[in-house]
Design a protein around this ligand. Structure first.
Ligand code: ADP
Ligand code: MG
Length: 732
């Protein structure tokens, strides 16, 4: 996927036209043109050819390639220098035209009687040309490209028509107000775009890097993995890394949305973008800035606009036939009554038709809806919730079932060995040692517990291993060959499958049993305890308060410990002792008996058209052994950015790993949808009201243009409210 920032694309319908045109271009696998963020996403073999084609379709289009490292892309359109130019370019003609028209109006009475009537109209025509020249030019250009019905065209014919029937002041007035409205609207959009970008640009630009005996202040792009960085109190951390020395409270808010600072000391892993509050730190960078988590977040959120919601697509489609329809309607209003109603004059009905044309511009909808989704995604990102597209917002807002993974999701996922039960004749230490060695290459939370236990017993696992090979069976355990001995470490299923075991001791409620077999014979078990997360119970109650009518838990752990956790949290529907494939099967069962879910196979992008009908299903997992389930759910949530697979496949990533963010995400999505809904109802309502008033001769052109511009501005401002909500929702 290649991304570009676009310049010089000025209408939403043009954006849709560009997208449609590029889709037909050879070698293009996928393309999305996002007007709200002015981003072009291209998936093609030959991007250079696509670039050329885009410029052919849309002459004057500027394309600036965005890469994770290029701050240039962000800087380029924060537009410091060009902002002032924009003011002059947009407002000067407006002011000039207004001045001329007002002067003409005031002086009209004093004009010498000898002056012909048309001469009195000249100043207005001049003012109209000054204010509307660009609009007129644009309309003609677009007609030349076969795009007849756009807003530029509407404004041009409406004002030309007004002059033809002698309404010169109104022609100028409409043009001036239209330009003014466009200007206000554009600056509102630009402001919200740039605040979203600022949000994504979390890294400081300068890093203090150790080079030889000295600390050098270098651009943060220079940080390489292994570099030692110095961060002083109050400063942001330039790159991901691990603390070598120093202690500090860390503010993680910018990335995780978590407002309480954490304590950190030697060994703590930190993300670039965190802020060291009260201590100086020396940090060993673990990867270059371009590969940092923050860059990944930025890329994900930027890419999010490629997955458009259905509503967004609908609106752009709507715009392409709505305008011609209104033009047709207006033509009927202008010409039909004068033909059939005695006494109806063309000038009178023609004026009404022009009023309709002025109101009919669909810009308010076409701009505010994608912007609403984008603001929703941006607002979520501020709270550390990465939403991968407008369609995910839709899916989230509809969720009615939430299924949780147990280990690492509802529980901390940090096991501690509570008891070792060696079979008679087997030494406890040797049991733990072999288990720890077998687990030495696993990243499962249980593996960590065993390795820690080994270390606690002061056994160095690596030291005594002469030959070693291990294989992990996801959701079961590990099988290793250590010094010529076969060691199995895992759950009852793994032992039953691979060793000849007469009978295993019964599972106990409070802890997970990790069985160990050596050379095919049962050798004992290690009991490891895990705690439920402190916020788990409250988060589940919050979900219930949101009207989520079904909550279930899936786990690979045995029945007994699973029931214990479920009972503590008040979850009734528990499905335990599942393999990863079993989890997928159970999830599908829940989806099916919950009503018509989405019909698509595993592996397909999740969330693409989330469940219709009765709500959707959300799965929340930590990514260990549950990536397939995350992919299959209508809305797949990865709790924490732990595993790459989960972050890739999830529709939603909750960076802090805090369960409370699950309900916050749903609340935020619902609120975003509400805002978008308000805009749809508001814009369509005002427009249809004015269409009727205009046709009935009850609203003049002045009203129409003010209403039109007003609706667009209000809708854009309303859309940007979605940007502010998630963090407040997270706090509540
Ligand atoms: P959950 O569904 O609770 O997140 P997993 O699917 O990750 O759990 O694992 C299911 C069960 O498989 C665990 O409870 C454990 O008994 C066993 N298991 C998985 N991986 C390992 C491992 N590396 N070592 C020992 N046991 C494991
Ligand atoms: Mg898990």
């Amino acid at each position: 996927m290649t991304r570009y920032r676009m310049e010089g694309l000025d209408c939403p319908v043009c954006a849709q036209g560009l997208e449609d045109g590029l889709k037909k271009f050879e070698g293009v696998r996928g393309v999305t043109v996002d007007f709200a963020t002015l981003t072009l996403h291209v998936d093609a073999l030959d991007v250079a050819a696509v670039e050329a084609e885009a410029k052919r379709l849309e002459p004057g289009l500027g394309l600036l390639r965005i890469s994770a490292e290029s701050k240039a892309a962000i800087a380029a359109d924060s537009g410091d220098g060009s902002a002032a130019m924009g003011w002059i370019r947009d407002l000067l003609p407006v002011a000039l035209a207004t001045g001329i028209a007002v002067a003409a109006f005031l002086l009209e009475g004093r004009a010498p009687a000898a002056l012909p009537r048309w001469a009195l109209h000249l100043p207005y025509i001049l003012a109209w040309l000054i204010a509307g020249g660009e609009v007129l030019g644009g309309a003609i250009r677009n007609i030349g490209r076969g795009r007849v019905f756009d807003e530029l065209f509407l404004m041009s014919i409406a004002t030309i028509g007004a002059m033809l029937i002698g309404q010169y002041e109104e022609a100028v007035g409409v043009m001036v107000l239209y330009r003014l409205g466009e200007f206000l609207q554009e600056s509102a959009i630009a402001r919200s775009r740039s605040s979203m970008r600022a949000l994504l640009d979390l890294r400081p630009s300068v890093a203090r890097i150790r080079r030889g005996p000295e600390w050098l202040s270098l651009p943060s792009e220079e940080v390489g993995s292994g570099d030692l960085l110095l961060v002083l109190p109050g400063e942001a951390i330039p790159a991901d890394g691990i603390i070598e020395s120093g202690e500090s409270l860390i503010d993680t808010k910018a990335l995780t949305g978590e407002s309480a600072p954490r304590e950190a000391g030697p060994g703590t892993e930190l993300m670039g973008g965190f802020i060291a509050l009260d201590g100086a730190l020396e940090i060993r960078a673990s990867r270059p800035v371009s590969e940092s988590q923050a860059s990944r977040i930025a890329t994900l959120v930027e890419g999010a606009s490629a997955r458009k919601a259905k509503t967004e697509r609908l609106v752009t489609r709507l715009a392409s036939w709505y305008t011609p329809l209104v033009v047709l309607l207006a033509a009927l209003v202008a010409f039909v009554p004068p033909l059939f109603i005695p006494g109806a004059r063309l000038a009178e009905w023609g004026y009404r038709a022009l009023v309709m044309l002025v109101i009919s511009c669909p810009c308010a909808l076409v701009i505010s809806i994608p912007l609403g989704y984008f603001a929703g995604i941006g607002g979520a990102a501020r709270a550390g919730i990465l939403v991968k597209g407008g369609e995910v917002i839709d899916g989230l807002a509809r969720v009615s079932t939430v299924v949780f993974d147990k280990t690492g999701t509802l529980t901390e996922g940090s096991f501690e060995v509570v008891k070792v039960e060696a079979r008679a004749g087997q030494s406890e230490d040797e049991l733990v040692l072999l288990a720890a060695m077998a687990e030495s290459r696993s990243s499962h939370p249980i593996a960590k517990a065993l390795i820690d236990e080994g270390a606690r017993r002061r056994m160095s696992a690596a030291a005594s291993a002469v030959t070693f090979a291990a294989r992990e069976y996801p959701g079961r355990g590990v099988v290793a060959r250590i010094d010529g001995r076969d060691v199995l470490v895992g759950n009852a299923r793994l032992l039953a499958e691979s060793a000849t075991i007469p009978a295993l001791p019964a599972e106990v409620p409070g802890a997970t049993s990790i069985f160990v077999a050596i050379d095919g014979a049962y050798a004992g078990r290690i009991l490891a305890g895990d705690r439920t997360k402190v916020e788990a119970a409250r988060s589940l109650r919050e979900l219930e308060a949101l009207g989520i009518d079904r909550i279930a838990m899936l786990t690979g752990d045995a029945q007994e410990p699973a029931r214990k956790v479920a009972a503590t949290l008040g979850i009734v529907d528990v499905r335990a002792a599942l393999t990863p494939e079993g989890k997928l099967r159970e999830l599908e069962t829940i989806m099916n008996d919950h009503g018509p879910g989405r019909q698509n196979g595993p592996g397909q992008a999740a969330g693409a058209g989330a469940a219709r009908g009765r709500g959707g299903l959300m799965f929340v997992g930590d990514g260990t052994n549950d990536a397939p389930v995350i992919a299959r759910a209508d809305v797949g949530v990865a709790l924490g950015a732990g595993t790459d697979a989960a972050v890739e496949t999830a529709d939603l990533v909750i960076l802090s790993g805090n369960l409370g963010q699950v309900s916050a995400a749903i609340r935020h999505a619902r609120r975003t949808k509400r805002i978008i809904g308000q805009n749809i109802v508001f814009a369509l309502g005002i427009k249809s009201a004015f269409l009727v008033l205009g046709a009935a001769g009850l609203a003049g052109m002045w009203f129409a243009v003010i209403a039109d511009v007003g609706v667009a501005i209000l809708a854009v401002l309303n859309a940007t409210r979605a940007l502010r909500t998630a963090r407040d929702a997270a706090k509540a």
